[in-house]
Write a protein of this length. Structure first.
Ligand code: XMP
Length: 321
């Protein structure tokens, strides 16, 4: 790997911002650029760097892929409006659900998401807007995990031999690729992003698909979305690195109103970690766990079982898919 990591302890944030702004201006000197903002800290940071460097020559989009958390599009559009950045929402729900239909293998699901983003959605936006460049928030850890063969992170292209210009018709520019998550948070804060963005727990590019074991359908995504909302509400005060809900493929026998109810299982994970490379389950108090089980079985239709995962990473990974 010729790419050089900048560890957060060695990062000089202001110098990094000046250097990346200058490099973005020269890398995209002869045309328009687009970027997809998911609302995570990485893509938010790139959005701000890009607008600083390119101004009106950068157009920012939020891809409504149907697999995001509840209310995300509205929330992100409103946050960036306050920062003076217009974000256009692109409806691509059908593209994603069609591409995921019938797939159960984790790497096939990840590949379908990559292809839908890059070959279908971004190619279409590039054609319609006349852009030549796509800015994106790949970070060093994404590259490391993909190269190590652990998971194919949705946004790794050039590093696995994909020529985006030839394959998709645009060049990908990655201004924060040398940083780890903690470094990106530092830069994001200096760029003026609000704390709800720069301190936001990580969320994976394949979104809720990384948290559904087995087939992806709109109702199964809705189940995990509802459980995610409850987990985030209950666990945000723990300040853990990441907390999430996973929908299992197998159903189990439960009971409701004195009758048999063959229903879904939700698994909760809550992680302590610095950079996602190694992680430990948070020692959550039992009363929080019980409250989570009650709220999820009461509030998410069809769920009869809630478990808490106590495995470390490794051998687990943070997400399930
Ligand atoms: P895993 O599950 O590999 O996750 O232990 C490590 C960290 O990366 C996030 N993650 C992703 N982020 N694209 C991303 O941008 C992806 O495809 C992806 N997969 C996992 C995960 O949430 C965790 O913080």
């Amino acid at each position: 790997m010729s790419l050089q990591v900048i560890e957060t302890k060695d990062l000089k944030a202001k110098d990094f911002i000046s250097k990346q702004t200058a490099e973005l201006s020269s890398a995209c000197a002869d045309g328009l650029a687009i970027n997809a903002l998911s609302g995570g800290v990485d893509s938010s940071c790139v959005t701000m760097l890009g607008h600083k460097a390119l101004g009106n020559r950068l157009k920012t989009y939020f891809v409504e892929n149907g697999i995001m958390r509840e209310g995300e599009a509205e929330r992100i559009v409103a946050i960036f409006k306050k920062l003076g950045v217009h974000v256009e929402v692109v409806d691509a729900k059908k593209n994603f659900f069609d591409a995921l239909k019938g797939l159960t293998d984790p790497e096939e699901k990840r590949e379908a998401i990559t292809q839908t983003f890059y070959r279908d959605v971004f190619s279409r936006i590039v054609k319609e807007s006349g852009a030549k460049y796509l800015l994106q928030g790949t970070i060093y850890t994404d590259v490391e995990e993909t190269i190590a063969g652990i998971k194919r992170q949705h946004n790794i292209l050039e590093q696995v031999g994909i020529d985006t210009q030839a394959e998709f018709g645009y060049k990908v520019v990655e201004p924060v690729i040398q940083l780890r998550k903690s470094g990106v948070r530092e830069i994001a804060k200096i760029l003026g992003l609000p704390e709800e963005i720069y301190n936001r727990p990580p969320f994976p590019g394949p979104a809720l698909v990384a948290r559904v074991i087995g087939e992806i359908t709109p109702p199964r995504i809705e189940t995990v979305r509802k459980a995610t909302k409850i987990v985030e509400e209950e666990l945000s005060s723990t300040k853990a690195f990441q907390y999430l809900a996973i929908l299992h493929e197998d159903k189990v026998t439960g009971m409701r109103d004195g009758k048999r109810d063959y229903g879904h299982q939700i698994e909760i994970r809550c992680w302590e970690s610095k950079d996602a490379r190694i992680a430990f389950p948070t020692r959550l108090p039992y009363d929080i766990l019980e409250k989570l089980a009650d709220r999820i079985t009461d509030g998410v239709p069809g769920v009869v079982s809630v478990t808490y995962n106590i495995t470390r990473k490794p051998p687990s990974t943070i997400e399930a898919v």
